[in-house]
Design a protein around this ligand. Structure first.
Ligand code: GDP
Ligand code: MG
Length: 306
């Protein structure tokens, strides 16, 4: 058996979570056009006949200035120290970004250490649906000069271009190892964290300016009624200001209803795959003002951020 831990690494917004979902063949990670959508590290397990890939979607790596973003960056850096293979994702429409240099410096600093075997590094050039073929060659040439990657693969995570190639190349390079998880496990990330990411994704999609960044979603309770196949979920959307709460609730509750309805659909699809049966979801959401949630250790820990 071949097996190993594979982390998707890159600066914010290059399409890491989109790639993660494409490789998993299902939606597990939150995706949005806004930076730093991903907060917790989400794991996905891909089990094939003779290979098991444990895939990690990580927050973006960049030179964070505030404490909260520094925490997110730390999660990605910690993953770098623990993996067998790195998928370094860049965006071909902005491939000379200064944060990409920062990503490479982190890889060199944290992933490659004299005390352990160096990880295998693939460079994945994403969003190739947006540029001409000739331009892809220029990017390959530029990046070939800066590091000796085991593979350089142009992909489109969104359009599904070369996703199977990436998967088979991962399997080819992984070392011999044990089967870490049973065949039918999809993820070992706690369910509350996945549910919270799904709900937060809708906040990122439907609200603007600083609202998404001011919000956190804490899942307080999940209760499964096995007879009726209903999962009852109660979650709070925390935000730092009364004005933000007003927007999140919306006119006569329209916004919170929109967030809840969309999140419920994603959660039901996820549960069907995870539990192999149809589960109906009752999602109860409250918006609460909690100015200091970013400094609250218990909240940060429940979000997988400490
Ligand atoms: P992350 O921050 O690196 O996890 O990036 P996301 O996966 O959240 O994606 C950021 C944005 O890029 C979203 O709007 C995606 O739809 C978009 N995106 C991701 N992959 C592709 C791609 O292959 N092509 C195009 N055109 N857009 C993509
Ligand atoms: Mg992401």
């Amino acid at each position: 058996m071949k097996s190993g831990f594979v982390a998707i690494i890159g600066r914010p917004n290059v399409g890491k979570s989109t790639l993660f979902n494409a490789l998993m063949n299902t939606k597990l990670a939150a995706v949005s056009p806004k930076p730093q959508t991903t907060r917790a590290k989400i794991s996905g397990v891909i089990t094939q006949v003779d290979t098991q890939i444990i895939l990690w979607d990580c927050p973006g790596l960049f030179q964070a200035r505030d404490d909260f973003n520094k925490k997110l960056v730390k999660i990605a850096i910690k993953s770098l120290k623990e993996i067998d293979l790195i998928l370094w994702l860049i965006d071909c429409t902005a491939y000379k970004h200064e944060d990409d240099e920062f990503v490479l410096s982190c890889i060199k600093k944290y992933a490659i250490s004299p005390n352990k075997k160096a990880p295998i590094i693939f460079l994945l050039i994403n969003k190739i649906d947006k540029i001409k073929k000739e331009d892809i060659l220029i990017i390959i040439d530029t990046y070939r000069k800066i590091y000796k990657f085991e593979e350089i693969i142009p992909i489109s995570a969104l359009k599904g271009i070369n996703i199977n190639l990436v998967k088979s190349k991962i399997s080819e390079y992984l070392p011999d190892g044990p089967q870490y998880f049973p065949d039918d496990i999809l993820t070992d990330t706690p369910q509350e964290i996945i549910l919270s990411e799904f709900i937060r994704e809708k906040i990122y999609l439907y609200t603007r300016k600083e609202i998404p960044f001011s919000a956190a979603v804490v899942v307080n309770e999940t209760r499964l009624d096995e007879e009726k196949n209903i999962l009852y979920i109660q979650a709070d959307i925390l935000t730092n200001k009364q004005s933000a709460k007003k927007i999140l609730v919306g006119n006569k509750g329209a916004m919170i209803k929109k967030i809840g309805t969309a999140a419920r659909k994603d959660i039901e699809t996820f549960l069907k795959l995870q539990m192999k049966k149809d589960i109906k979801v009752y999602l109860e959401l409250f918006v609460k003002v909690k100015e200091t949630w970013k400094e609250n250790e218990a909240i940060m820990s429940s979000l997988g951020l400490s």
